[in-house]
Design a protein around this ligand. Structure first.
Ligand SMILES: *Cc1c(COP(=O)(O)O)cnc(C)c1O
Length: 221
């Protein structure tokens, strides 16, 4: 199936109030333009370098989402480019974002990434570290947290559901608190294999790569 057909299939399962991010890592500008031509404006990339490479090939109505781990020394390259950073996962990174966005008098929009399955191989903070990070966010001037993101462990649909439910509970709890720099707008969870369950459990932002663009080609970066 073509990219356009894949998108129209995926959209059948996505309610209007859920945002679709087309995850385009390793994909060519030509492939991404097929998605752009059928209306996709939100693209997700894992690497700062890849956003830099592709950025000028698209009109300014494209919204770039950084969904992979962000190294502190790369923050300075994304200040004017990235619409939403999904992967705030440490106070050190927070401080660097504050510094680099402050320099340009810009406001960073970020999601806090939670390692809900407490997997060693994954980035994101543990729930127990959330309050510390929140306190640090509240001391910032150039950062707005707009929600939460997670990549759940691989598992059965029922295991997935449990993690999505836990995320939704955290999201709701934070929604009921008052903050200066934090507003729970986006709950970014669900990928090709599990986005339908994620939406059932309250996701309002899904990140779909393979389901739109087909298998990734890691030789073709
Ligand atoms: C690659 C990636 C996705 C998309 O994964 P698919 O299974 O291809 O849909 C979503 N989120 C993150 C953080 C990713 O790195």
């Amino acid at each position: 199936m073509s990219i356009a057909e894949n998108i129209s299939n995926v959209l059948k399962f996505i309610p209007k109030d859920v945002k679709l991010i087309a995850v385009s890592k390793t994909k060519t500008v030509e492939e991404m333009k097929e998605a752009y031509d059928v209306g996709i404006r939100d693209f997700g990339e894992n690497k700062v370098q890849e956003i830099q490479n592709k950025y000028s090939d698209f009109p300014s109505d494209v919204r770039w989402h950084l969904i992979g781990h962000l190294q502190r020394n790369k923050v300075k390259y994304i200040v004017d480019k990235v619409h939403l950073i999904h992967s705030l996962d440490s106070i050190d990174l927070l401080n660097e974002i504050e510094k680099q966005y402050g320099r340009k008098n810009a406001e960073a929009h970020v999601l806090i990434e939670i390692n809900i399955g407490k997997e060693e191989s994954k980035t994101g903070i543990f729930v127990e570290q959330l309050d510390n990070l929140i306190n640090a966010v509240e001391n910032c001037n150039n950062i707005k947290v707009q929600g939460l993101m997670t990549v759940i462990p691989k598992g059965t649909p029922e295991e997935n559901r449990k993690y999505f439910k836990e995320m939704k509970t955290i999201f709701e709890n934070l929604s009921n608190r008052q903050f200066k720099n934090i507003k729970m707008k986006y709950l970014s969870m669900g990928m090709t294999a599990d986005y339908k369950i994620a939406i059932e459990e309250g996701s309002n932002m899904v990140r779909i790569g393979t389901g739109i663009f087909g298998p990734r080609n890691y030789n073709n970066k």
